[in-house]
Design a protein around this ligand. Sequence first.
Ligand SMILES: [Zn+2]
Length: 321
Amino acid sequence: MKHFFNRGTAAALAVCFLLLLSGCGAAAPNPAASGERSRVKVVATDFPAYDFARAVCGTEADAELLLPPGTESHSYEPTPRDILDVGGCDLFIYVGGESDAWVDTILQSLDHPVKTLKMTQCVELLPEETAPGMTSREERSQGESAELDEHVWTSPANAALIVEAVGQAMEKLDPEHAAAYRENAGGYAAQIRQLDEAFKTFFSGVKNPTMVFGDRFPLRYFAQEYGITCYAAFPGCSAQTEPSAATVAFLTDKVRTEKLSTVYYIEFSNHLVADSIAEAAGVGTALFHSCHNVSREDLDSGATYVSLMRGNLETLKKTMR
Ligand SMILES: [Zn+2]
């Protein structure tokens, strides 16, 4: 998976942080160090981690989303401000995959350890899938083993497990509010399991659960959970945007032979590839939200993991038989 992180970023961050430590930068006081803050603060890198933390914290603690809304999580470059945010929090939740490898730079820059929780450590991991027809990553040499897919939250069953893990971490961290965290985590995990049941019920009535993504494919766990056969232009969150002619032809043919009504694309995509396949096959396109991150509008209007996934279910009901 070719992500956009580079070593230059790591060096620049290290320098910035040293400047902040030595007082040359505009360093904000660390509330944890100065003892001004009594409420527990959780910082999460991306939207699913933030949403789960927010649900568990409820009114007892504060959750903060590190990535600005609308940011492509794979091309993100952390700022010195992010280092301060992470250094000043009580629990830091991140994916723990290749896309947020930049997190290690932040953690190594801190002068004190911060409690962390990786979403990829809460569930069983699957290898990233390279389905027939995909324009694969170029940099993987033959015989190199597939890397583990990090998009664990796309399966609601996994999401419920992650919520419970966040709940347990919060109970340990802040025993005074343990009962509230347990109740919040239990309540949100139950909502997510209802969603899981709704997907199962839907897919049990679908004769041909096949989806074609004219896009990247961060939905390995979702597809595995519900037994969906998926085809996509690129594996995982590959940085590639130009599919080969063979990939486009293969996917167009799949749409025709499987008699599919729709080619799917994911959020923040320009959906050019999905559009061209759909046009060639004479079908429509639809957004399937992988919940990596949300737009400012979504965040302001109260979008949650559950509301986005319910939106996906409604899309599937309209586009799949
Ligand atoms: Zn991704």
